[in-house]
Design a protein around this ligand. Structure first.
Ligand SMILES: Cc1cc2nc3c(=O)[nH]c(=O)nc-3n(C[C@H](O)[C@H](O)[C@H](O)COP(=O)(O)OP(=O)(O)OC[C@H]3O[C@@H](n4cnc5c(N)ncnc54)[C@H](O)[C@@H]3O)c2cc1C
Length: 532
C-alpha cells in the first residue's frame, strides 16, 4: 500500500473523508429526519490520548524485523468497521488492542509468527483490510486460555504473482488490496471485477475468508465463484489445492476454507478466475411506483436467465437518502456488460420484464448509460457513504445495515415483518421514530438478497445498548422469518447467536473437528464462527 497511513478511527487513509458539502448533505438528511436542533457532539480521542496496556508479550529477535508493538499499529488493529467498533473507539476503549502486530512478508514468516504465538499462549488474528462489520478481527486474550493477542496483517503479501492468460486466471497474494489487484491485472487486459463497497480498503484474503459479495448482482455473486485454488498456512502445515476449472472429487477442499473467517488457517494466496475487461455495456435507471413492483421485475429478469451485472433496486426512501430520487418512486439500477458481445437483446428483454411490472426507464444520455441519472448518483453515494460513520457516531446517530437472503415465495411478507420489527425496536430503544430502508444487493432465480439500512437518533452513554437492542430485534426477526443472518457480511462474533440457530448442529460438530485438526491449540480467531 502506498500513501498516507490508514486511520485508526474511521474509513480510509488519514486526511481523507467527505467534503464539507457532502457532510452537509448527509447531516441535512438526518436533521430532516430527527429535527433541526443541534446534535449533541462527543470528541473522538486522538491517537496520543489513548491508553493502551503494556504489551504482555514481546516478539523474539528473529521476528522483530516484521513485528511491532508501536501505539499506532496496535490501535489501528483493535477494531474492524462495525457500528459498535466505532462507538467503542469513540469512547477510547482500547482494552482489546493486540499486544503485537506482525506484518509477515512471506509464508515462512506467517508460520514463524504462528509458532511463536502458539508457544507463548497467544491468540492469532488474521487481518486483511480490517473492514469486517461483524467483529471478525477483534483480538482475543482472556488471560487464561489466551495470555496475549497477536494480530497478523497480510498487507506485505501484495502481488499478482503469475498470470495465466490462456485459462484466464491469476495467482494473487492474499494481502493485495482491491485497487492494487486491479492495477496489476490491467496491463494483462484482465480484471477480477470483484468490487465490494469496501473494495479500496479490503483484501483478496479477506474477501475469500468472508465469502464477500461483489460487483455482479447475479451469476457471480460471491467471491467463491472466482476461486480456482488456494494456499492456506495452518498451525500444522500448508494446504494447497489443485488448480481445476471444476471437480467432482468429493467435498471441495477450497470450499472448506472459503468463508472460514480465519479460524482454520491463513489464506496466503489464491489462483483466481478472471474476466475480460468489459467493452460492451447497456443499462438504465428504471423507476417503479413501489418497491414490490420493482422486486417483481427483478424476479422476472432473474428467472429469464438474463444475468445482468447490476440489477439493484432501492426502495423510495433509500433512493431519497442517496439523492437518487425525490422519494416518490423505487429505482432499479440495471446494467449488462461483456468483453465479447453487444448486449442490446438482453437489455431490451430486461426492459420488457420491467414494463410488465410498471417500470419506466429514465431516458439515457449518451455515453455510459448505466452511470447516468439516478444510477450514477446512487453509485457515487455508494462509494462515498463509508466515510459518514466517523462523523455520525460522534453526534449519536445510529446508522447501520444488515443483509440477508430469502426465497421469492416468502420475500414480501419477510420484508414487511423484518422492517416492522426493526422500526418497533428503534422506537422502543431510543424513544424516537427511526427509519428502515431496503435495497437488493444480489439476486438469484429463486430469491433476492435484501439489504436493510436503519437510522436512529441515539443518546450518548446509551449508544451501544440502543444499537444492540435494534440489531438483536432485526436479527431475531429475519431468522424467525426464514432468512440467513448474513448473505455476504460474514458471521464473525457479532452474528454468532443467530448463526448458531441457523446452522445444523452436526455441521457445527464437523467444523469444530476440522478446527481441532488444523488448529490444535485453538489460537486462530477464537470465538469466530464456532466455540472450540
Ligand atoms: C463500508 C463497508 C462496505 C462493505 N461492503 C461490502 C460489500 O459490498 N460486500 C461484502 O461482502 N462485504 C462488504 N463489507 C464487509 C467487508 O469489507 C468484507 O467482509 C471484506 O471481505 C473483508 O475484507 P478485509 O480484507 O477487510 O478482511 P478483514 O476485515 O481484515 O477480515 C475479515 C475476516 O477474515 C479473516 N481474514 C482476513 N484475511 C484473511 C486471510 N488472508 N486468511 C484467513 N483469514 C483472513 C479475519 O480474521 C476476519 O475474520 C463492507 C464493509 C465496510 C466497512
Amino acid at each position: 500500500m502506498t500513501g498516507a497511513r490508514l486511520k485508526h478511527y474511521g474509513w480510509g487513509r488519514e486526511g481523507e473523508g467527505m467534503s464539507a458539502e457532502e457532510r452537509a448533505f448527509v447531516l441535512g438528511r438526518y436533521h430532516a429526519k430527527f429535527g433541526a436542533g443541534e446534535f449533541d457532539t462527543v470528541t473522538v480521542p486522538g491517537l496520543e490520548e489513548l491508553s493502551l496496556r503494556e504489551p504482555r508479550v514481546v516478539p523474539p529477535a528473529s521476528l522483530t524485523p516484521f513485528c511491532t508493538t508501536e501505539r499506532y499499529d496496535r490501535a489501528a488493529h483493535t477494531y474492524g468497521k462495525s457500528y459498535p467498533d466505532y462507538v467503542r473507539a469513540m469512547l477510547g476503549d482500547y482494552d482489546c488492542a493486540p499486544d503485537v502486530v506482525a506484518y509477515p512478508r512471506n509464508e515462512s514468516e506467517i508460520s514463524a509468527v504462528m509458532d511463536w504465538a502458539g508457544s507463548v499462549g497467544a491468540s492469532l488474528t488474521p487481518f486483511g483490510g480490517g473492514s469486517t462489520v461483524c467483529g471478525g478481527v477483534e483480538p482475543q486474550a482472556d488471560g487464561i486460555k489466551h495470555k496475549a493477542a497477536v494480530t497478523l496483517d497480510l498487507r506485505n503479501l501484495s502481488n499478482v504473482v503469475e498470470v495465466d492468460p490462456v485459462s484466464r486466471a491469476a495467482l494473487i497474494d492474499a494481502g493485495t488490496y482491491g485497487p492494487s489487484l486491479e492495477n496489476q491485472l490491467k496491463p494483462h487486459r484482465l480484471t477480477l471485477r470483484h468490487f465490494p463497497q469496501s473494495f479500496e480498503y479490503s483484501t483478496l484474503g479477506g474477501w475469500i475468508a468472508t465469502r464477500s459479495g461483489g460487483h455482479f448482482a447475479s451469476l457471480y455473486t460471491h467471491i467463491d465463484d472466482f476461486v480456482e485454488s488456494l494456499r492456506v498456512v495452518t498451525p500444522v502445515g500448508v494446504v494447497e489445492t489443485r488448480r481445476l476449472p471444476g471437480s467432482g472429487a468429493g467435498p471441495s477442499p477450497d470450499r472448506m476454507f472459503i468463508g472460514s473467517e480465519g479460524i482454520l488457517g491463513v489464506i496466503s494466496r489464491a489462483w483466481m478466475r478472471l474476466q475480460q475487461r468489459p467493452k460492451f455495456r447497456a443499462g438504465a435507471s428504471v423507476r417503479f411506483p413501489t418497491f414490490f413492483d420493482a422486486a417483481r421485475a427483478v424476479r422476472a429478469v432473474a428467472q429469464a436467465g438474463l444475468y445482468p451485472s447490476n440489477c439493484r433496486i432501492l426502495d423510495p426512501q433509500e433512493a431519497f437518502n442517496t439523492g437518487a430520487s425525490d422519494g416518490s418512486s423505487a429505482i432499479m439500477v440495471l446494467a449488462f456488460e461483456s468483453g465479447d458481445h453487444p448486449l442490446d437483446a438482453w437489455f431490451k428483454r430486461a426492459l420488457e420484464c420491467c414494463a410488465d411490472h410498471r417500470g419506466t426507464p429514465e431516458p439515457a444520455e449518451a455515453g455510459d448509460a448505466h452511470l447516468e441519472g439516478a444510477a450514477g448518483i446512487w453509485r457515487n453515494a455508494f462509494i462515498r457513504m463509508p466515510y459518514a460513520r466517523e462523523f455520525l457516531t460522534p453526534v449519536a446517530i445510529i446508522n447501520d445495515t444488515f443483509e440477508t437472503a430469502i426465497t421469492w415465495d416468502r420475500f414480501e411478507t419477510f420484508h414487511d415483518q423484518v422492517k416492522a420489527a426493526t422500526e418497533r425496536a428503534i422506537l422502543q430503544a431510543t424513544g424516537v421514530k427511526g427509519e428502515v430502508t431496503c435495497r437488493f444487493t444480489h439476486v438469484y432465480p429463486d430469491g433476492p438478497a435484501p439489504y436493510f439500512s436503519f437510522h436512529a437518533r441515539g443518546r450518548h452513554g446509551a449508544l451501544l445498548a440502543q444499537w444492540k437492542a435494534i440489531k438483536d430485534a432485526a436479527s431475531d426477526a429475519l431468522i424467525a422469518a426464514g432468512g440467513t443472518i448474513t448473505h455476504h457480511h460474514a458471521v464473525g462474533r457479532d452474528h454468532r447467536p443467530w448463526y448458531d440457530r441457523q446452522r445444523p448442529q452436526l455441521f457445527a460438530a464437523a467444523l469444530r473437528a476440522a478446527k481441532r485438526e488444523l488448529d490444535p491449540r485453538g489460537m486462530l480467531n477464537p470465538g469466530v464462527l464456532i466455540d472450540p
